[in-house]
Design a protein around this ligand. Structure first.
Ligand code: PLP
Length: 394
């Protein structure tokens, strides 16, 4: 009999991917499903990026790549950190990986020992908790709610820190709440962290460009935090390059070297063609991708206006990313269409089966009162989906 490891048996299937699979199943049965569950821009990769990949193929980029990325890509990343984040990273502090997901996995793997705690302000991106657990760590969830715009306060951080705290992980703009930590808010968190010099900060900034006007600031810009912050980023979201699988970190050299060592034994360097294309993406002026951000902004307005007309949905105004994260707890304990809704997972499943709209339960993000709805979809799909949701609960 095949006996899988304890580790893999305890691992949760990614809730977003599971929902997408269920939606596909219903689609195959002929149901007209509107998919608002995936964290993926609905744009194609811009042509100027695609063209550089085609050139790279013709130029015979086909060999193994350096484990931590091509040097000219690392230089482009260095330039990007300087241009967008006011951060100076040496080339030996940058590691390119197969998606930001691998970057995060690397960081967990090189820093965590069994029993180490990682503070995760809720809601957090689905994979954080499982990446931490896979590496022997213990996720410590810090609950936040709409009234605090889903952002952890310094007092909450302080109460969550113990002698076992190894790291704190957050994304800003946040997937799923869209919240963005301001410079003052990050400085206030840093004030707390100054008393705990061994705690490492992982700042996931993969949505940084999908920001609708909030102040942009990185934890590593605070001089006292620079030496213990890992800045994670990638091209999946802002450049519509999810399938190209390139992410990267800027980190203290010791952490970067360890990630490189790990990657050298696990995947080797990231894909050669994708890396060449990412050089073009990162060196291009940001106005080349502004059209996508403008679209997300107008869709955010559309979906917020429509959600306001649905009784029982309570929503914050997301400042970035492309999700809304409404609290739907007013539906719990009620029966619709013969189905009792006990929690966010039931509600999300109800929306899929009855309204034929795919969303994701907030439970996957550490918040059991909310659901995540992606608005990386056409205006007509957003309008139709909100209409169906409204009808299903009326
Ligand atoms: N971090 C956050 C907050 C995300 O939402 C995602 C993807 O959904 C990732 C990291 C992973 O990105 P990548 O596609 O680069 O692996």
């Amino acid at each position: 009999m095949i006996q899988l490891s304890d580790k893999i048996q305890k691992l949760e299937t990614s809730a977003t991917l599971a929902m997408a699979a269920k939606a596909r199943e219903l689609k195959a049965e002929g149901k007209d499903i509107i998919g608002l569950s995936l964290g993926e821009p609905d744009f194609n990769t811009p042509d100027f990026i695609k063209e550089s990949a085609i050139t790279a193929i013709n130029d015979n980029y086909n060999s193994y790549t350096p484990v931590d990325g091509y040097e000219d890509l690392k230089k482009a990343i260095q330039g990007k950190f300087k241009r967008d984040n006011n951060l100076d990273y040496g080339l030996n502090q940058i590691v390119v990986s197969t998606g930001a997901k691998q970057s995060l996995y690397n960081v967990a793997s090189v820093l965590l020992n069994p029993g180490d705690e990682v503070i995760l302000p809720c809601p957090y991106w689905v994979s954080y908790s499982d990446i931490v657990k896979l590496n022997g760590g213990i996720p410590v969830e810090v609950q936040t709610d709409i009234d605090q715009d889903f952002k952890m306060t310094p007092d909450q951080l302080k109460s969550a820190i113990t002698s076992k705290t190894k790291m704190i992980w957050y994304s800003s703009p946040c997937n799923p709440s869209g919240s963005v930590y301001s410079k003052d808010e990050l400085k206030a968190l840093a004030e707390v962290l100054k008393d705990y010099p061994d705690v490492i900060i992982v700042s996931d900034e993969i949505y940084e460009h999908i920001n609708f006007g909030s102040e942009r600031f990185s934890m590593a810009e605070i001089p006292e935090m620079y030496d213990r912050t890992v800045t994670v980023n990638g091209v999946s979201k802002a450049f519509a390059m999810t399938g190209w699988r390139i992410g990267y970190i800027g980190a203290p050299e010791k952490i970067a070297n360890a990630c490189k060592k790990l990657q050298g034994q696990v995947t080797s360097g990231a894909n050669c063609i994708a890396q060449r294309a990412v050089i073009t993406a990162l060196e291009a002026p940001l106005d080349k991708i502004q059209f996508m951000i403008d679209k997300f902004k107008s869709r955010r307005k559309l979906i917020l206006d429509l959600i306001e007309t649905i009784p029982g949905f309570e929503c914050n105004e997301p400042k970035g990313a492309f999700y809304v994260f409404p609290n739907v707890s007013s539906f719990f304990g009620k029966t619709y269409n013969g189905k009792l809704i006990e929690n966010a997972t039931d509600f999300s499943m109800f929306l899929l089966e009855v309204a034929n709209v795919a969303t994701v339960t907030g439970e996957a993000f550490g918040n059991p009162d909310c659901i995540r709805i992606s608005y990386a979809a056409s205006e007509s799909d957003i309008e139709e989906a909100m209409e169906r949701i409204k009808k299903s609960i009326s």
